[in-house]
Design a protein around this ligand. Structure first.
Ligand SMILES: NC(=O)c1ccc[n+]([C@@H]2O[C@H](COP(=O)([O-])OP(=O)(O)OC[C@H]3O[C@@H](n4cnc5c(N)ncnc54)[C@H](OP(=O)(O)O)[C@@H]3O)[C@@H](O)[C@H]2O)c1
Length: 334
């Protein structure tokens, strides 16, 4: 199997490479692509130096690539993913370019891995905050039937790639912001992606529409407020879920504990400070869930808090899990 990584020099791309090594993903040839800026440099993977190629149709067509993992932004996906598909490759795309297209599965393997085989050449990786949120939400929904979810996010600057990390460093040193509209150091910016006509941002719209699509629940009421915070790695999401059935919190904790990909950190009754924080999640693969509690005024509402590494589970790891699941389900063998 020949694998291509498009955006191999970026935060997500380099994490793809690390996870390919960690999970011993088998390949015959590995091709690394980025912009013309990086062409000619090399990156070592599994102890072998690989040249970085410019992402052009000519560089793609002669390689017999089976799977291409994309993380080079929406524009590159829109223009070059179809070239891979034309040559017979499966594209697993991290950008928002195709997520809401009807014939493109939008997949979190633990939640809707079954959708993978409905692809027509492209499978989309959801938005990072959405991935970590739908994991616990799907458990609540399965046992207690969710009718509404309200998200508030606390998103790390690495969610904006290298530009976000650079802005945090630069504004902490007293410099002016380059990427964000305000200094991110010592701040919280309730503005991620462009504002839409109704006052929601595009990041919030992604969380709303992608949650409905992944859960196959178009009637599910979803709202979101997305906030950038001065944390380098790992997003946090506070969720208020309204359910038809009254939630038994002890049962829910044990259902969550039994779910692949989730670690419950929730000990509200002892004064030992066990709850999820982004520092614990950074560099790890799990979604951490805690602060489970019933609403004081509506017994059909619960509150919970989750954290996860936005570059790993929120991007590269989830995409590699899609690749692994696709292979297991009869995708092309190694
Ligand atoms: N960071 C996250 O938490 C996260 C989560 C989910 C999804 N994503 C998505 O993943 C993508 C990349 O994010 P990132 O955080 O890795 O950003 P990044 O660190 O800024 O890296 C961007 C990558 O895209 C490449 N690139 C830029 N313009 C290109 C072009 N014209 N042709 C080919 N390659 C080009 C860059 O190559 P050069 O080094 O040569 O410039 C680099 O490899 C974005 O679509 C983002 O929305 C990111």
């Amino acid at each position: 199997m020949n694998i291509a990584i498009v955006g191999a020099t970026g935060l997500v791309g380099r994490t793809f490479l690390r996870i390919i090594e960690e999970r011993r993903i088998a390949y015959d040839n590995l091709y690394l692509y980025a912009s013309a800026r990086s062409a000619g440099t090399t990156i070592a993977v599994n102890g072998v130096d690989h040249p970085v190629l410019e992402t052009t149709a000519a560089n793609i067509r002669d390689k017999a690539i089976d799977v291409a993992l994309f993380s080079a932004g929406k524009h590159v996906s829109k223009t070059l993913a179809p070239v891979f598909v034309e040559t017979g490759a499966l594209v697993i795309d991290n950008s928002s370019a195709f997520r809401m297209e009807a014939d493109v599965p939008l997949v979190v393997p633990e939640v809707n891995g079954v959708d993978i085989n409905r692809h027509h050449g492209i499978i989309a990786n959801p938005n990072c905050s959405t991935i970590q949120s739908v994991l616990p939400l799907s458990v609540v929904d399965f046992y207690y039937h969710a009718t509404r979810v309200d998200y508030t996010t606390y998103q790390a600057v690495s969610g904006s790639g290298q530009k976000g990390l650079a802005d945090l460093e630069q504004t902490a040193a007293g410099g002016a912001p380059v990427h964000y509209p305000h200094p991110i150091h010592n701040n919280a910016i309730p503005h991620i992606d462009d504002f839409q006509a109704d006052g929601f941002t595009y990041e919030e719209e992604k969380m709303i529409c992608e949650t409905q699509k992944i859960l196959h629940r178009e009637e599910l009421e979803v709202s979101a407020t997305c906030v950038r915070v001065p944390v380098a790695h790992a997003h946090s999401v506070s969720m208020v879920v309204t359910t038809t059935e009254r939630v038994n919190l002890d049962h829910l904790r044990s259902y969550l504990r039994d779910t692949d990909g989730i670690v419950v950190l929730d000990d509200p009754h002892n004064n030992n400070n066990i709850y999820p924080t982004p520092r614990q999640a950074a560099g790890t693969d799990s979604v951490y869930v805690g602060r489970l509690r019933r609403d004081r005024f509506d017994e059909h509402k619960i509150h919970l808090f989750c954290t996860a590494d936005n570059i790993r589970k929120g991007a590269a790891l989830n995409a590699i899990q899609i690749l692994e699941t696709w292979r297991k389900r009869g995708g092309k063998d190694e």
